[in-house]
Design a protein around this ligand. Structure first.
Ligand code: MD6
Ligand code: FE
Length: 213
């Protein structure tokens, strides 16, 4: 038997799916992430924001960190305090911050220290339209995403919104790094199917860790 056959069914810790896109499957402890989501939601309510054009955003969200992504009639931006309460956003717990920094370094992004985490919540039937995250100051920094709950298809387009997408299935506990050239590529999430997960029920959460300021 060839030596490699012994290892052929052991999947690698990390896979580079496209330049700048790295997937770590089932990398993070789901209960730890669930506890973090519940902590954040207890500190600051998860809410549906409004686009600058006045449309309700179907994905609900809330932030942690020194800055939180925000949208309303005044535009897309980062806010240092929660406009709903005037209070600072909940702190990013140190342990998850370290997990994110270590994963980013494994993908070649050294010294990535997130100062913002946006938590998205998806109900069945909700999708996230194609967008580029461009409210952060430094585009050389990646965004690190962690998924929790029911599965989703993450779609990556290119520099334009349409065309053929690369479809990346994301499952609970997966960590995805989105950096390099992909950082400026359109991406979105397909409509969430009705499914059930032992921790979150029919919901999907996604936590995106950013260097915003
Ligand atoms: C989501 N994620 O997975 C939405 N953006 O629910 C994103 O929009 C995203 O996963 C930038 C980088 C990584 C991401
Ligand atoms: Fe995004």
């Amino acid at each position: 038997m060839m030596q490699n056959d012994l290892f052929s069914d052991i999947s690698p810790e990390m896979e580079e799916l496209a330049p700048g896109i790295f997937l770590f499957q089932r990398y993070v402890d789901e209960t730890e992430i669930f506890n973090i989501v519940n902590y954040a939601r207890a500190e600051a309510p998860i809410r549906h924001m409004i686009t600058p054009g006045g449309k309700k955003i179907n994905v609900s969200g809330v932030s942690m960190g020194d800055a939180g992504w925000y949208s309303d009639r005044r535009g897309y931006r980062y806010e240092k305090t929660d406009p709903l309460s005037g209070k600072p956003w909940p702190k990013i717990p140190d342990d998850i911050g370290e997990i994110v920094t270590i994963a980013a370094a494994k993908a070649g992004f050294n010294n990535f220290v997130p100062d913002s985490c946006f938590i998205n919540c998806y109900e069945p039937g909700v999708r996230l339209t194609a967008h580029i995250d461009q409210d952060e100051v430094d585009f050389s920094k990646p965004i690190v995403s962690i998924s929790l709950g029911v599965s989703a298809i993450f779609q990556v387009f290119g520099e334009k919104r349409g065309g053929k997408a690369m479809n990346i299935p994301l499952h609970s506990g997966d960590l995805l790094i989105f950096g390099g050239p992909a950082r400026r590529h359109y991406h979105g999430v397909k409509k969430i199917e009705t499914q059930s997960h032992p921790l979150t029920g029919d919901k999907r959460y996604n936590l995106t860790f950013r260097k915003a300021l």
